[in-house]
Design a protein around this ligand. Structure first.
Ligand code: KIV
Length: 269
């Protein structure tokens, strides 16, 4: 079976078929997730929390991201249908155009197929430059964990009408700049559905309800390994004595059927 590409994900949006994204940080889990039918693997800077034990993503370096991307790319390549590999550019690694291009070079040469960056309109020049260099981009809006200090905590974003309207405008601006995919974290379900309808690129959600084109979860959360605070948008798929592969396959099935996320996993305005 051929690998998943940006075009596969765009075609799925056009067919209104939901797709599934899961974080992965190493070869074994990457191979298992791709084999379970996960369409895109996110080498998330959440690795700073779930692998490194930090209380935010801020300490993660571009070297860490390149290392884990290479591990994931090797495992993913062993799956019958390799997934698309998307890698986060970490905190302060894309503050200038030069830094952003150099950071993208490192993770793309390590095996990523696209990069993810957090922010709104200020990302326009970087997204244009990356697109010109042939680097697909996912733009992360809503709760952007690299800005946790500015946001005053991990809080739902876009509850006020002016903020919600601005988020939709930003999404459209980023699409026009060349973003290939958008990711929305912790926003009211209705806002996520409205934003998804307002753009033509695929929108991935986490804590954004069932109205987006795709869902992403942090792997450790959906495997029930998070011993600390479990956010309401998380579902533990390891119930009923499932194996890791079965849990990942159940996640894929529930995203495709619309069973996950349920209403209780989302937020109201
Ligand atoms: O780093 C990460 O894992 C992420 C997801 C939470 C979307 O950005």
């Amino acid at each position: 079976m051929s690998s998943i590409t940006i075009r596969s994900l765009q075609a799925m949006k056009a067919r209104q078929e939901k797709f599934t994204v899961l974080t992965a940080y190493d070869a074994t889990f990457a191979q298992n997730a791709a084999s379970a039918g996960v369409e895109a693997l996110l080498v998330g800077d959440s690795l700073g929390m779930v692998l490194q034990g930090h209380n935010s993503t801020l300490p993660v370096s571009i070297g860490d991201m390149a290392y884990h991307t290479a591990c994931v790319a090797r495992g993913n390549a062993m799956a019958e249908r390799p997934a698309l590999v998307m890698t986060d550019l970490p905190f302060m690694s894309y503050g200038t155009l030069e830094q952003g291009l150099e950071s993208a070079r490192k993770v793309m040469q390590a095996g990523a197929h696209m990069v993810k960056v957090e922010g709104d309109d200020w990302l326009v020049p970087l997204i244009q430059a990356l697109s010109n260099q042939g680097v697909p981009v996912c733009a992360h809006l809503g709760l952007t964990p690299q800005s946790v200090n500015k946001l005053g905590g991990y809080r739902v974003q876009g509850r006020e009408k002016d903020h919600a309207d601005a988020m939709i405008r930003h999404a459209q601006t980023l699409e026009q700049a060349g973003a290939d995919i958008l990711l929305l974290e912790c926003v009211p379900s209705q806002l996520a559905a409205d934003l998804t309808a307002a753009v033509s690129v695929p929108v991935i959600g986490i804590g954004a309800g069932g109205g987006t084109d795709a869902q992403v979860l942090v792997m450790h959360d959906m495997l029930g390994l998070n011993a600390n605070h479990v956010p309401r948008f998380v579902k533990n798929f390891m119930i009923e004595g499932r194996t890791v592969q079965q849990a990942m396959a159940a996640y894929v099935d529930e995203v495709k059927s619309g069973a996950f996320p349920a209403e209780e996993h989302g937020f109201s305005a």
